[in-house]
Design a protein around this ligand. Sequence first.
Ligand SMILES: Cc1ncc(COP(=O)(O)O)c(C=O)c1O
Length: 417
Amino acid sequence: MAKYLDDIPLSGITRIRELMYSVQDPFRLDQGDVSFEAPDSVKQAITRAVADGHTHYLQTNGLPKVRELLARKLRHQNRLPVDSPDEVLVTNGGIHGLYLLCQALLEPGDEVLLPDPEWPPAQSNILTAHGVPVRYPLYETRAWRFDAAELAASVTPRTRAIYVNSPNNPTGGVLTRADLEQVASLARERNLWVISDEAYEDVLFGGAEHVSIGSLEKMYPRTVSLFTFSKSYAMTGLRFGYLAVKDAGLRERLTKLLFLTTSNVSSIVQFGAIGALLGSQGVVEQFRVELEARRDLFYEGIRTAASGVLGGQPPLGAFYAFLKIDAGWDAPSEVRSPKSEVERPTSETQRPSEGLGRQSRSWAMTERLIQEGRVGCIPGVDFGACGEGYVRFCFARERAELLGALEAMRRVLVLGP
Ligand SMILES: Cc1ncc(COP(=O)(O)O)c(C=O)c1O
């Protein structure tokens, strides 16, 4: 048996998602799913593809038409110097792209510098490829950006790659061009790969700019950029992602893994993606504007609904409120009970650096909000040790659901029993 898999944590997001299905009338602020429907351009393209009988095997790396459109998008929107559609590989969502990339890039024992906090599958995918995640902190006091000197000091002879994720899940932090220039010069100096997770490239607020690190000088050949239609086009369940890869050898390995894991990504979904790319891009901006309004509504509400208990600054990107639990909040003893309904992390490998676990305030707050308020949320520590003491809420839900959740939080956290 592949025993090493037993030591790889299944994210708390997954466990909480299962738990939320058993909660009656839940407020689903836990998972990172938008409430919007996919645009008509996608739905119509999918319906047409079914009617036209596009139900057969396809090219392993993706339909030529979708790769051509994506290459054009990468050149114009992301400013990546993509020479040919061959440099684009279609994947079954971003998470699949990340899995393939870690398997294709890493030798056992290779270190990957990874933000803390960070979306949990990043760490798990590195571990699954027998790599070693080495966390670098993001600081709330620096708008959830890193310290360049600290990042540079984390490089060792075993370091293979630096993982960047901007806008970041869970913090919503956005790296500036200057931040990315610092990562780029470190990567060039130390001959490192960069894995650039750009899942939230279209979700930016207050005029913040998205910069693709692969567009910086001499960076494209050493960068693998990872994208998804999940967030930009509200296609989370349809599963469409893609990688931009210059290196031909790496691409060949990725093609093998693509074939072995999926043969090809669903034909119907690929036609849907063509619909998304050929349709009006106004919808992406409409989603963004509405998400900004929901962000403001949620943070405004939190001031009264969690007064003196949870707080933080509105993020510049992504659609999460990563809120700090006030030092004065005392986790009730019954919520710390080991008999709790939510299965808490127990093994050292699940919480490598701090032996957190049952004493975690993040978990205590999460359990309380789920059990007493029906409000889904994710403990910050699930994203890394630096997330302990925080809780993540997704504000990409309908306004009515956000208002319902805020009212429930006020009952649980402020008004009391
Ligand atoms: C930072 C980040 N990267 C990548 C993904 C992958 O999304 P998907 O697999 O739905 O394309 C997600 C999803 O939540 C994410 O938060």
